[in-house]
Ligand binder design. Structure first.
Ligand SMILES: NC(=O)c1ccc[n+]([C@@H]2O[C@H](COP(=O)([O-])OP(=O)(O)OC[C@H]3O[C@@H](n4cnc5c(N)ncnc54)[C@H](O)[C@@H]3O)[C@@H](O)[C@H]2O)c1
Length: 459
């Protein structure tokens, strides 16, 4: 029996022992789906707290219910470890570790390299290795393959290698790991088929493509598409702001077109571990071949200017109240990069807060998903804790800035109690005399008679 026939049989009858390296937003839901499909599943993570949580049957990812983890752990189908030597016993391993950017906007591949080193140490014939971390086209063949082959085994012959991008959308109540189609590109037909067989046990639709490089590029096209379209609508919002028009009304009406248009919405900037980062992996790779990727650079410039625009908007709103930003208290509503999740990575709220502080504002925040924020996380001078959204807390701020529109927040209380609101997400429907919206005309300011200028006084 060849290695591939044996593995195919073990995947078909679920006797394969599968592993997931990196148990975060991507890895834990995937491990849970594999275990649910009937595989004995082992999670490997360098973070002992995550490993302990799983083995105690608890989840730290909001989209994964505690009860699901508890049931699978109790059944003996899911467990976790920090000890990578367990790879010796695994038939398959999926690598789901972070791929951030360096300060220079170059790919930071150290997590992938260290995870692949661990797998390479215990790699054995007949094994299937799949990289899921989002990365530049060519990573699987140019970086991962040589590292795994260094021990003497050949990819596509002695062991199998594929790339499959993760498309999970945290907080999405409709789409999850199971029902989002999975793109799979293997190094050769055998690798693609085996990867498709593994995922096919746990995921509804599999989309095979011709190579790992194609699969890597698919993910980058998807995320670049989002980044560029968000930048486009952010620029339209800036134009509407200048022209005294309401971008929310414009996008809402355009979205009624049943073909050829897809709505994107403006906001305070881009956040999360994917959209602001992944396109720069592509841009970095393209530049290595002398290709200048203009859309990505331009979109990055527009999106990264948005926090500055929001701070200007807050200053303008305060100015209408004859208050300087310097010395005013701004209560930021929503820290996470999008609604109804607990993830603050790359969140533009943190940039807005740092900019407000630099201009002398006193910054407070409220976010039901983020109980505390240390000074380092927001480049601030002090640690902060989330405030309860009571009428006195709202009224105690000179301005309330809505930066993330969590559904759990009661926006009626915000409008009733706040002295001034800057709404960057259209969380407050319609127009209101106290609410300044991103990309919409400012509410009319009642004219206030200025005190007489003593220099002009007629004696
Ligand atoms: N979060 C998302 O919405 C999302 C969506 C699609 C794709 N992705 C991509 O998936 C990958 C993982 O993202 P994430 O959000 O799950 O990250 P995460 O930070 O939530 O999880 C990564 C995990 O990997 C662990 N880890 C790091 N180095 C390790 C090592 N050498 N060995 C074992 N464990 C290690 C970390 O401790 C952490 O638990 C990234 O490439 C990301 O771009 C993320």
């Amino acid at each position: 029996m060849t290695g591939s026939t044996r593995l195919r049989a073990r995947l078909a009858d679920r006797s394969a022992h599968v592993g997931v390296v990196g148990l975060g937003y991507v890895g834990l839901p995937l491990a849970v789906e594999f275990a649910r499909a009937g595989f004995r599943t082992t999670g490997i993570d360098v973070d002992a707290a995550k490993v302990d949580a799983i083995n105690q049957g608890t989840s730290y990812i909001p989209d994964v219910p505690n009860a699901d983890v508890a049931a699978l752990v109790a059944d003996g189908r899911l467990w976790a470890t920090t000890d990578a030597s367990v790879v010796t016993d695994l038939d398959t391993v999926n690598i789901c570790v972070p791929t951030p950017l360096r300060k220079t906007r170059d790919p930071e591949m150290s997590y992938v390299v260290s995870a692949v080193e661990q797998v390479a140490r215990y790699l054995h014939a007949g094994m299937l290795v799949i990289l899921e971390s989002t990365t530049y086209p060519g990573t699987t063949e140019e970086l991962v393959k040589p590292m795994l082959e260094a021990g003497g085994l050949t990819a596509g012959v002695d062991f199998f290698l594929a790339f499959s991008p993760e498309r999970v959308d945290p907080g999405n109540p409709t789409f999850n790991t199971r029902n989002v189609p999975k793109v799979v590109g293997g190094l050769g037909r055998e690798s693609t088929d085996l990867a498709a067989a593994l995922y096919g046990a746990a995921i509804e639709t599999i989309v095979p493509v011709g190579s790992p490089q194609t699969a890597e590029m698919v993910k980058l096209l998807e995320n670049t598409f989002r980044m560029v379209n968000i930048a486009l609508v952010n620029e339209i919002a800036l134009m509407c702001d200048r022209l005294g028009m309401d971008v929310w009304e414009v996008v809402g009406a355009a979205a009624t077109k049943p073909f050829g248009f897809m709505p994107f919405y403006p906001g305070p900037g881009l956040g999360g571990h994917c959209i602001p980062i992944d396109p720069f992996y592509l841009s970095w790779k393209a530049k290595q071949s002398g290709f200048d990727p203009r859309f990505i650079e331009l979109a990055g410039q527009i999106n990264s200017a948005m926090p500055h625009f929001v701070v200007d908007k807050i200053a303008e709103a305060l100015n209408r109240r004859r208050k300087p930003l310097n010395g005013s208290t701004v209560l930021v509503l929503g820290l996470t990069y999008k609604r109804d999740i607990d993830d603050i990575r790359e969140s533009p709220s943190l940039d807005v807060m740092a900019l407000l502080q630099a201009k002398g504002a006193r910054v407070r925040y409220a976010d039901p998903y983020v109980p505390a924020l240390n000074a380092r996380q927001w480049r601030g001078e002090v640690d902060l804790t989330s405030e309860m959204l009571t009428a006195p807390a709202l009224a105690g701020a000179d301005c309330v800035a809505i930066l993330t529109d969590h559904r759990a927040i009661d926006y009626r209380i915000v409008v009733e109690s706040a002295r001034l609101v800057v709404d960057t997400r259209n969380a407050i429907a319609g127009s209101h005399p106290l609410v300044f919206k991103l990309g919409a005309p400012s509410p009319a300011t009642p004219r206030v008679a200025l005190p007489a200028d003593p220099a002009q006084a007629v004696t």
